[in-house]
Design a protein around this ligand. Structure first.
Ligand code: 13P
Length: 257
């Protein structure tokens, strides 16, 4: 199996129902139907249904930006794996740096979300969304030479649930590159991606080659091709540039074949 390339738009907390539909429609119209190059949109929870309607019968997949760590119950404000699966979400982002650093989500909580997604898919919900597990160091951690230590720690789900891969994906998003306009250089990103791949190889064996590892952090139409040309970068998780259809479609065009 040759792993696919994936471009995912993380719309974060932007837009209205109307603008979400308009953006999704423009992307559906512009996207190529190529099973080896996947396109995924992750709107806010309350726009999921609208975006799912716009993308029905198109190759564009729809995912959520977060999920609760419990199957159901008295958890005000949370959304469950089963709810996302019922709606038709193919993926869910977990451990995004904004969840970790703005809302203080610890590794243990992200680990429980990962475990629940994996166990749901294995047991009662074969269509549970696939996890996109985000990892990445802060500038302070990079400058202290701790990048790989931090990423290794954040990759605990790989060691706890090796059989969750290659269904689950990983996204390397250096915190200092998110929303700053300063992307990692292709060489810098490839260095970390190669280290992630080596860790996957050690823990998963052959499944490491089938596991998709995305890069995120200030990806734009102008730098996507050189990032995606790197051997261990299998596409991107795109923030700001995913909110403009033309820019996002240009990034999709830059995917490796
Ligand atoms: P930007 O592309 O805006 O830097 O955001 C990246 C990101 O956080 C995607 O999840």
């Amino acid at each position: 199996m040759i792993r696919p390339t994936v471009v995912a738009g993380n719309w974060k907390m932007h837009g209205s129902r109307d603008s979400a539909r308009t953006l999704a429609r423009a992307i559906v119209q512009g996207v190529e139907d190529d099973a080896s190059r996947e396109v995924l949109l992750c709107p806010p929870f309350v726009h999921l249904f609208d975006v799912l309607e716009e993308t029905v019968q198109s190759p564009v997949q729809v995912g959520a930006q977060n999920v609760g760590d419990q199957p159901e119950g008295a958890y005000t404000g949370e959304v469950s794996v089963a709810m996302l699966a019922e709606l038709g979400c193919s993926h869910v982002i977990i451990g995004h740096s904004e969840r970790r650093h703005v809302y203080g989500e610890p590794d243990e909580l992200i680990g429980r979300k990962f475990a629940l997604l994996h166990q749901s898919a294995q047991q009662d919900l074969p269509n549970a969304p696939r996890a996109i597990l985000c990892v990445g160091e802060t500038l302070e951690e990079r400058e202290a030479g701790r990048t790989l230590d931090v990423i290794h720690r954040q990759l605990q789900p790989v060691r706890s649930f090796p059989d969750a891969f290659p269904r689950a994906l990983i996204a390397y998003e250096p915190v200092w590159a998110i929303g700053t306009g300063v992307a990692a250089t292709p060489d810098m990103a490839q260095e970390v991606h190669a280290a992630i791949r080596a860790h996957l190889e050690q823990e998963l064996g052959a499944a490491a080659q089938d596991t998709v590892v995305l890069y995120g952090g200030s990806v734009k139409a102008g730098n996507a091709s050189e990032l995606f040309a790197m051997p261990d970068i299998d596409g991107g998780l795109i923030g700001g540039a995913s909110l403009k259809a033309d820019e996002f479609l240009a990034i999709c065009q830059a995917m490796r074949k």
